[in-house]
Design a protein around this ligand. Structure first.
Ligand code: NAI
Length: 475
């Protein structure tokens, strides 16, 4: 074993948490090493957010072309070359992951491929891959940032086998479009991936244990997506628990349980592939956290607003540090931790974290829902504006959905903005800025929004909350 390497900061994991921490630490002139066992970019860039959005975009174009005759688009025999689509997706991912390596380097941050384990409060061993000789490097670091992310949860009866039963990584890598796809879990991942394959031609069945899909989202938004899924031919079975599956001839037969107690019944469905998307768990095992006394709660590593764990000099960010498990929350925490390590007065002090579901139509939400605001004792007003009344949405042939603005009735402070509609993912940025800056509905209403654009719906919904909407009747 060679002499230990000494760095000021060691970051374990190079996802949207770890790599951003590495870049920012480099900018702040802290001598930093980022260790990653896989590709730079983590789940998000390699097998999550980015490849899923690439395939979602391709499936959207395919669907639009097939149904474009109203617009005068007449395309015969439009087909999908799945291998080519996958190769294109690979190029998209490659551009971004290559960019991460380059950004780390140009900010003066070192990078090492290997699997890290804490062996002492300031000491980490990194085992290289077998391909690199499998040697072990010992690193001594004044500060250690844990940014190891999360992985899909497995459920009894559905062991991932990479063939019939896959997680989101497997489902985003299909080389052929499955004829019948069963999706277990009607959450973010299940709905995004289920929709994309339905558009590419799969017969999709979503199995969701709860009474509705996209639980945790304002039901009024989820209903718009549920209606579109029906139009796309997706069968959604709610109140149904996936129990087991069996190989039968050329297919998998799943057994589901619907109802409880005396009402319980078994239902079977056929599938060629089964995607299990029932949530994710943090990667906190085999990291040596027990050895150094880092406290854990249900697998997560609790942190304070400066991202400090209970052990001085050890920090956690991203999915490992708790909900919401979102890339952009990890990246903000990464900037905070880098500044804390560099001795700045920084802390995680955000009013809101936006969330987006890339369903059809998209859902985006930020701040309090009407229910949440009322539970906090706020007297609220709600303003709603439908995309069906917006010029740009009509010209886009994407009129499903609406913007809902929740404001404090007395002060007009914007408490929450919730959008369902295609383009929701982009227009939520303005909503987050408004809440972060403590804007009033009047600010959104008085700001001139370029016409014809989708963000006009935010302005109109804010005006509606004030009883001053221009393009709908005020109620
Ligand atoms: P999720 O927590 O969103 O949904 C899982 C669903 O599975 C739940 O509705 C649950 O009731 C259901 N379920 C659990 N066991 C079941 C069973 N045996 N049978 C039927 N249904 C069952 O989890 P998901 O979709 O796996 O996503 C994980 C996380 O990844 C999300 O919470 C999110 O933080 C992140 N993510 C974010 C995305 C984005 O920002 N656009 C996209 C994808 C994931």
């Amino acid at each position: 074993m060679s002499e230990p390497i000494h760095v000021q900061a060691l970051v374990i994991g190079a996802g949207p948490g770890g790599y951003v921490a590495g870049i920012r630490l480099g900018q702040l002139k802290v001598k930093t090493l980022v260790v990653e066992r896989d590709q730079p970019g983590g789940v998000c860039l390699n097998v999550g957010c980015i490849p899923s959005k690439a395939l979602i975009t391709a499936s959207k174009y395919f669907d639009k072309l097939k149904h474009g005759s109203d617009m005068g688009l007449l395309a015969d025999n439009v087909r999908v070359d799945m291998k080519k689509m996958q190769a294109w997706k690979g190029d998209v991912v490659g551009k971004l992951t290559g960019g991460v390596r380059q950004l780390l380097k140009s900010n003066g941050c070192d990078y090492l491929v290997g699997t890290a384990k804490l062996v002492g409060p300031r000491t980490v061993e990194v085992r290289g891959s077998a391909g690199d000789g499998g040697g072990t490097t010992t690193i001594q670091a004044d500060h250690i940032v844990l940014a190891t992310g999360s992985r899909p949860i497995e459920i009894p009866g559905f062991k991932f086998d990479g063939d019939r039963v896959v997680d989101s990584t497997g489902a985003l890598a299909f080389s052929e479009i499955p004829q019948r796809l069963a999706v277990i879990g009607g959450g973010y991942i299940g709905i995004e991936i289920g929709t994309l394959y339905a558009k590419l031609g799969s017969h999709v069945t979503v199995v969701e244990a709860l009474p509705a899909i996209l639980a945790g989202t304002d039901p009024e938004l989820g209903q718009v997506v549920a209606r579109k899924l029906k139009k796309l031919g997706v069968q959604v079975l709610t109140g149904a628990k996936a129990k087991s599956w069996q190989e039968k001839g050329d297919r998998a037969v799943l057994t589901l349980q619907t109802g409880e107690g005396a009402e319980a019944a078994a239902v079977t469905i056929d599938a060629d592939k089964i995607l299990v998307a029932v949530g994710r768990r943090p990667n906190s095992e085999a990291l040596g956290l027990e050895t150094v006394g880092v406290r854990m709660e249900r697998g997560f590593v609790p942190v304070d607003r400066r991202m400090c764990t209970n052990v001085p000099g050890i920090y956690a960010i991203g999915d490992l540090a708790g909900q919401p498990m979102l890339a952009h929350k990890a990246s903000r925490e990464a900037e905070v931790v880098a500044e804390v390590i560099a001795g700045h007065r920084a802390e995680m002090d955000v009013r809101c974290i936006p969330a987006v579901i890339f369903s059809d139509p998209e859902i985006s939400t930020v701040g309090l829902t009407a229910d949440e605001a009322q539970k906090l004792g706020r007297t609220i007003k709600i303003g709603k504006f439908p995309f069906a009344a917006l010029g740009r949405a009509i010209a886009n042939a994407d009129t499903d959905g609406f913007v809902k603005v929740v404001i404090d009735a007395a002060t007009h402070e914007v408490l929450g903005i919730h959008v369902v509609g295609n383009g929701a993912s982009d227009i939520i940025a303005e909503a987050a800025l408004a809440i972060e800056m403590g804007a009033l509905a009047d600010d959104l209403s008085l700001t001139i929004h370029a016409h014809p654009t989708l963000p006009e719906a935010i302005m109109e919904a804010a005006k509606a909350a004030l009883g001053e909407a221009i393009h709908i009747i005020n109620r």
